[in-house]
Design a protein around this ligand. Structure first.
Ligand SMILES: [Zn+2]
Length: 416
């Protein structure tokens, strides 16, 4: 199974928006660009919502059938590890192997020495074509880097072999290796060492998700140095092309950007880099589709708006427990949060304007948006009441889901 050149990961927490999401890919196809949808859901999310991995594949299949989508599509077991992968084996064909926890755990000195003996080419000036300035490394640097990442690569090898055994071979699934959920970004020279180590471990990675420089908060735009991001992104593309040739990694290997959604200021940079190099990309978004559901319910008014207002009031009451698990990827400024009473007096349009991510809109409130983004558990708790409102207000919800994905994500990223 070979991954397509352009793939885009979407989340659909409550499994009701597959068709509306796919409509956005259809619109892009009409613009002349085929991007393959990948429905991703992590073990953590399944646990919070109480859903089963099979439901993601079922919802995707239904969407594909209803729009007669003639291109590829995938289901991503997002951020799995050895202890969590098994429940995804039957219904996922894309596995995001998360080895971030093993980064920095020291490797035995003998393993590091063996790695350096196997890879003398990494020391000095590895000739990577297309980098912004030549990569120069000392033996001590490569040793330190190998010491930091070898266990993570070995972990990836173990998980990859486990999936391959269960799927009847490595050719029967797409493997991604993710290292984004860690503290320090990986530089392009580190990425080169990581890819050499993954190749040594037999990992047939088709996408690799490093942690990029800058902040990737959930559901809001990038915060960081755009020029530095551009340089590193371009250098990463060069390193990947080099590693494919040098280490026999799959020719389809490409970068995966775990964007946390809504990195609008990065889209033109990524688009230019892809156009310049001819490289592909996988861009993964977080579950912001559920925010479009809330926007749709607010716009619908009546019982929909009432629930949206209620969810915000509960979110304020439970702000610490909701934000806690996401502390490193959100920046909620409490002084900017409206009170529950204020929001109770809002019209549906006012609520939608505060939540919908239109940078520069006078009523947009990034803190309001981020708090609600991590509050999906509250909607899950409502159960049928929430889902029935989604069904009753399907057209207004679907319009928001499609428009958001198409106009604010897919088109800026792939067409411009
Ligand atoms: Zn990630």
């Amino acid at each position: 199974m070979t991954i397509e050149k352009f793939t885009f990961g979407v989340g659909d927490r409550f499994a009701h928006q597959g068709r509306a999401q796919l409509e956005a890919f259809r619109k892009l196809e009409a613009d002349g660009v085929v991007v393959v949808p990948v429905w991703n859901k992590s073990n953590r999310e399944h646990t919070f919502i109480g859903s089963e991995p099979a439901s993601v594949q079922a919802a995707a299949k239904a969407a594909i059938a209803s729009l007669a989508w003639p291109h590829g599509w995938h289901v991503d077991a997002d951020h799995i590890r050895l202890e969590t992968v098994d429940r995804f084996i039957a219904t996922a064909d894309f596995f995001t192997i998360d080895v971030a926890d093993s980064i920095g755990r020291p490797s035995p000195a003998a393993d590091v020495a063996a790695f350096l003996a196997r890879h003398p080419e990494l020391v000095g000036e590895p000739s990577v074509a297309g980098v912004s300035s030549p990569i120069r490394t000392t033996r001590a640097q490569v040793e330190a880097c190998a010491g930091k990442y070898l266990l993570a690569a070995r972990d990836a090898g173990r998980i990859h072999a486990h999936i391959a055994a269960a799927k009847g071979g490595a050719a029967n699934f797409i493997a991604e290796v993710s290292m984004d959920e860690t503290d320090a970004p990986q530089t392009p020279p580190e990425l080169l060492v990581i890819l050499a180590a993954l190749a040594d471990e037999g990992v047939r990675a088709q996408t690799i998700a490093p942690k990029f420089t800058g902040r990737f908060n959930k559901g809001v735009d990038y915060v960081g140095d755009l020029r530095q991001f551009e340089r590193e992104f371009n250098d990463d593309l060069a390193v990947i092309a080099h590693a494919v040739k040098s280490y026999g990694l799959p020719a389809s290997l490409k970068l995966s950007v775990h964007s946390g959604s809504d990195k609008f200021s990065l889209y033109p940079i990524i688009r230019r880099a892809l156009a310049r190099t001819g490289a592909g990309v996988h861009l993964k978004t977080a579950g912001t589709t559920w925010l479009e559901e809330l926007i749709g319910l607010a716009e619908a008014g009546g019982a929909g708006l009432a629930l949206a207002v209620e969810i915000y009031a509960h979110a304020l009451d439970h702000i610490d427990e909701l934000c806690g698990p996401y502390a490193s990827v959100i920046d909620v400024d409490r002084s900017r949060l409206p009170s529950a009473a204020e929001v109770a007096a809002w019209s549906g349009t006012r609520y939608a304007n505060a939540l919908r991510h239109i940078p520069g809109h006078p009523e947009f409130n990034a803190s309001f948006r981020q708090l609600l983004h991590v509050s999906f558990k509250l909607a899950a708790k409502e159960g049928r009441r929430y889902l029935d409102l989604l069904v009753a207000n399907e057209s207004v919800v679907a319009r928001n889901v499609t428009e958001n994905l198409y106009a604010r994500h897919l088109r800026p990223l792939f067409v411009g």
